[in-house]
Design a protein around this ligand. Structure first.
Ligand code: HEC
Length: 239
């Protein structure tokens, strides 16, 4: 084989991979057209728009900068590619007290407002697509609804609780400032890590990140046009 053919072949195979894996998905997902609910199929009307509140863009930046995506995915896979829909509380709650079964797969709209879809590169820790729902459910069981504090405590030190002494999620103590208390205790003081004279307050990055984590409950119903119902009696019949 001549060197020229070799180079051309190499260029063609890289070019094809580049086209299929990068260019085509980019063009398809760059401008997502709004998807309508269908009254007959979905029992709902209007445009689908994933509801998320909080500092999404800033939080996503902090999430990326700290490499959370190296160990955490944000991808509830379709069942042909994995068991996510059947693992308790990963794809949504199986028994949401108000709405019943809210599990669903991730779709491109879930990353609206973020610069990158941080689907993650490995699943060393749990998938975080619905981490806020899981924290809510756990808090409800304990009768404690301070979700923010639970997330801050995890960020500060995932090993704070004795039952999590072996957790391997890294601590992010540098996102907290130790400030001296003179007189009244500041409102934003954390319920952990205080000494007689100092308390911990989260910095701007920690606040943005926790706000982002609190927005991670991507289990609203999606139009049938976007998601195949997956489980039990909702499964599309094999024709
Ligand atoms: C080295 C891998 C690694 C990195 C990096 C990492 N985590 Fe984790 N994370 C884990 C593991 C593993 C767990 C499961 C519990 C444990 O062992 O700590 C976890 C658990 C969690 C949980 C609790 C999830 C649940 O369902 O209870 C949250 C929230 C979380 N991590 C957030 C983050 C955030 C935010 C970042 C980035 C600032 C991050 N993690 C970076 C490995 C990691």
């Amino acid at each position: 084989m001549s060197l020229r053919n070799f180079i051309l072949g190499l260029a063609a195979s890289f070019g094809l991979a580049w086209l299929c894996l990068v260019i085509i998905p980019f063009v398809k997902m760059r401008n997502l057209a709004p998807i309508q609910f269908n009254k007959d199929l979905d029992g709902a009307e209007g445009v689908f728009y994933p509801k998320r509140g909080g500092r999404i863009a800033n939080g996503a930046r902090v999430y990326g900068e700290n490499g959370c995506y190296l160990c955490h995915t944000q991808l509830v896979r379709p069942t042909y590619a994995g068991q996510d829909m059947h693992r308790p509380d990963m794809g949504g709650l199986q028994n949401d007290p108000q709405r019943g079964d809210t599990r669903r797969e991730t779709n491109a709209y879930d990353f609206e407002g973020e610069r990158f879809a941080q689907i993650g590169s490995a699943r060393i820790g749990p998938d975080l697509s619905n981490v806020a729902r899981r924290f809510e459910a756990a808090a409800a069981v304990k009768g404690d609804d301070n979700l923010e504090a639970a997330f801050y405590a995890h960020l500060y030190d995932p090993r704070l609780k004795p039952e999590q002494a072996k957790a391997i999620c890294p601590s992010h103590k540098y996102m907290f400032d130790e400030i001296e208390v003179k007189g009244q205790r500041p409102d934003e003081a954390m319920p952990f890590g205080e000494t007689e004279t100092t308390v911990l307050v989260p910095d701007a990055d920690a606040r943005a990140l926790v706000s982002y984590l609190l927005s991670m409950k991507k289990d609203q119903p999606v139009p049938a046009a976007l998601n195949f119902p997956f489980a039990g009696d909702k499964q599309p019949s094999a024709k």
